[in-house]
Write a protein that binds this ligand. Structure first.
Ligand SMILES: Cc1ncc(COP(=O)(O)O)c(C=O)c1O
Length: 402
């Protein structure tokens, strides 16, 4: 029996929808994308949602907007520093570097892996680059408290944008993760809470931002903007179809991706509930083993103040890396797939070492502790009961190591 990190997660209705879209002949971005966007905006409680082809593209577009909006003064300029957690996903960091910004790496919180604000405070005081933005990741289904982020951003006059690619369906202080910032990115890659195979998007309450993101995802075009017609006033019909208002990329989603997404949006809360129930069973199974459940979760007290959405399940082995490796090997031998927490300390990745000058000014003690002591197992909502029982029994088998 194998318990992978994720399974495909498509239902018969999703497959049927793909066939219908293929037969309709309407394949490129259109009505299905618009419907998916309005369902997502509604689910997240924001005014606008702009779908793109991946969470990575969503991150890229948010910073493209901050550097080159079609209107007014840019919020950021090349050379500005952006606070990011040292446990990060590559495409949280690459867009910053690619666009000439400077990632300022800060330590994380041990229990929840999110950016530690005390470390961020210190990093600001030590940074040579002017620090102008904060880009927290809400990791693995954990929603960072919006009031904390907001007041930190206000104190230092920082632009606040959120990477929520791992935490759809989580909330804190009554808000979906990340929506308190200027914009928040989401991913619908196949292992995530809902899937459009590949896919992503940006939530924002600003029409101006949403309009520019719509241009930027599609070559910089005036099409699809709420103000598109006023931007092309007085032009011939032919010319008005080819107006470009911003810099841009082609990171558009297809109708097929959106169609699958439409089917899935209504099920987000059910999927999260199934993931939570699995995490609860794992929490019970680790009693008497060397494992601890990370994420700072109180299963008995789930209310509007904090809801974890379990992208994966993070476990720690207090005894250290030797014991952690033995436990991981045991799980893997018994068919339970494991992985590091995101990429571990991102500064230790070969690609980062090749880029001169990207070091941390602050201690990354917690980051290194997480890399040494923690690992992930899957929490997918489509695991079968047989897979779950196998997972639980295998976890109980690690009690031999304590
Ligand atoms: C924190 C974070 N940001 C961005 C991404 C990129 O999302 P995608 O795989 O859809 O490009 C991921 C991917 O899982 C992620 O974990």
């Amino acid at each position: 029996m194998r318990v992978p990190l994720a399974v495909v997660g498509l239902e018969q209705a999703d497959i049927q929808k793909v066939v219908e879209i293929l037969e309709s002949g309407n394949l490129t971005m259109g009505a299905e994308v618009r419907t998916f966007e309005s369902l997502m905006a509604n689910y997240l409680g924001v005014d606008h949602f702009v779908m793109v082809n991946s969470g990575s593209s969503a991150n890229l577009l948010m910073f493209e907007y901050l550097l080159r909006p079609s209107n007014g003064k840019p919020s950021l300029q090349a050379g500005d520093g952006v606070l990011v957690p040292a446990i990060a996903w590559p495409t949280t960091i690459w867009p910053l570097i690619q666009l000439g910004l400077v990632p300022i790496f800060v330590d994380v919180n041990r229990e929840t892996f999110d950016l530690n604000l005390e470390s961020a405070r210190k990093a600001i005081s030590l940074s040579k680059a002017p620090v102008k933005a904060i880009f927290p990741i809400h990791p693995l289904g954990y929603a960072i408290q919006p009031s904390k982020l907001r007041s930190f951003a206000n104190e230092f006059s920082l632009v606040l944008v959120n990477d929520v690619c791992e935490s759809l369906g989580s909330w804190s202080e009554g808000l979906h993760a990340g929506v308190e910032g200027l914009a928040a990115s989401f991913s619908f890659y196949f292992s995530h809470h809902i899937t459009t195979m590949e896919g992503g998007g940006i939530a924002t309450n600003s029409l101006e931002i949403a309009d520019d993101l719509r241009s930027m995802r599609s070559h910089g075009w005036s099409r699809d903007r709420s103000d598109g017609s006023s931007m092309t006033e007085g032009l011939s019909l032919a010319d008005s179809k080819f107006r470009f208002l911003t810099t841009g990329y082609n990171v558009r989603p297809t109708e097929i991706q959106a169609g699958i997404g439409i089917n899935q949006v209504a099920k987000i809360n059910d999927f999260v509930e199934r993931r939570r129930s699995l995490a609860n069973r794992v929490a019970e199974a680790i009693a008497g083993t060397p494992l601890n459940l990370m994420g700072n979760v109180d299963f008995s007290n789930l209310d509007s103040s904090q809801g974890h959405s379990w992208m994966m399940i993070a476990l720690s082995v207090e005894a250290g890396s030797g014991m952690k490796l033995m436990v991981q090997e045991f799980l893997e031998k018994n068919g339970v797939e494991t992985r590091p927490v995101l990429t571990g300390n991102f500064l230790q990745q070969p690609a980062m070492k090749r880029l001169n000058g990207f070091i941390s000014d602050v201690s990354l003690e917690n980051t290194d502790w997480v890399a040494e002591h923690c690992f992930l197992i899957g929490a997918h909502h489509d695991f079968t009961e047989e897979q779950i029982i196998h997972l639980i029994e295998t976890i109980k088998g690690t009690s031999n190591f304590s």
